[in-house]
Design a protein around this ligand. Structure first.
Ligand code: ADP
Ligand code: MG
Length: 274
């Protein structure tokens, strides 16, 4: 068959025709894959034979009592902590255990820590601009003129995080919730494939929580989002598939209704709140 004939067959896609935006290969499987991962700190198993699979474009909530290993799990995915055993893959091509933190970030895994770390003296716009420069690994030149595409991306992100009206405001005077959204925006400037968000609504007002839920659900599909959260009410409002972590392993997985009616989950997690 000639190449022209093959091209005419619309259901055939050649590798060389697929835009190579991201090096992550999810054609035959999940975007994130953890198998039998364990790590001990001074003999204490913080993560214990953990298995976890996240599909491309999925929004996954991970809940569990304090000390369950949620933050440690994120540390392992982002290369901050090395597990004692197990496999951690990003798509089918990248063995994350062979890469360091900056390499993993460059591949497209963005991490939002619990506390916002925006540049308070800079405007909202400048914070986003800076996040983009960091991606290109050039010196941040705040005075340099942005090209049109970069400007469009900032506008797009400002609208996603609902801070268009605050674009010229110094980040330091934003509310706690707005700072958290700005930081999510800064991660989005780098177009991550996978976003890890640790306890995003801690300290937020009800209204800010609702807005954060809308933001995170709107991101799913375009990128995969893993939300670690202790607040059950919030998780219930955004959850599709929920994973319950306990003592470093998966205790239950399924819809919010499924996991919250699981007696083992009620015992270890909901019991904690009583
Ligand atoms: P979570 O985020 O679910 O509350 P963490 O992952 O922070 O839980 O912690 C899991 C357990 O591992 C806790 O008992 C914590 O004290 C311990 N731990 C986490 N990181 C370290 C570390 N770097 N050194 C020693 N112990 C740690
Ligand atoms: Mg934590």
């Amino acid at each position: 068959m000639s190449i022209l004939q093959s091209l005419a067959e619309r259901d055939r896609v050649f590798d060389f025709l697929i835009p190579n935006e991201s090096p992550v290969d999810v054609r035959h499987g999940p975007i994130l894959y953890l198998e039998d991962v364990s790590v001990s700190f001074d003999g204490f198993k913080a993560i214990n034979a953990l298995n976890l699979t996240i599909d491309d474009g999925e929004l996954r909530c991970i809940i569990g009592p304090n000390g369950a290993g949620k933050t440690t799990m994120m540390d392992i995915i982002t290369g901050k902590t090395r597990p004692d055993q197990g496999q951690v893959w990003f798509g089918s091509r990248h063995n994350l255990l062979t890469l360091n933190e900056p390499e993993i970030a460059t591949l497209g895994i963005g991490r939002k820590f619990q506390k916002p770390t925006v540049f308070e003296a800079l405007s909202v716009f400048e914070n986003l601009e800076l996040a983009m420069s960091a991606d290109k690994r050039v010196l941040p030149t705040l005075t340099a003129r942005l090209d049109g595409e970069a400007h469009d991306r900032i506008d797009e992100v400002l609208s996603l995080i609902g801070l268009e009206a605050a674009r010229r405001r110094p980040a330091g005077i934003l509310s706690h919730g707005q700072k958290q959204w700005l930081e999510i925006g800064m991660l989005l400037m780098q177009r991550p494939r996978l976003l890890l968000v640790d306890e995003p609504v801690a300290g937020m007002t009800e209204q800010e929580m609702e807005r954060t839920g809308e933001l995170l659900t709107s991101l799913a599909g375009k990128q995969s989002v893993v939300v670690v959260e202790h607040d059950m009410g919030f998780v219930r409002s955004i959850a599709r598939k929920v994973t319950v972590l306990h003592q470093g392993s998966v205790l239950a997985e399924g819809s919010m209704d499924q996991v919250s009616s699981d007696p083992r989950v009620v015992e270890v997690y909901l019991g904690e709140e009583a």
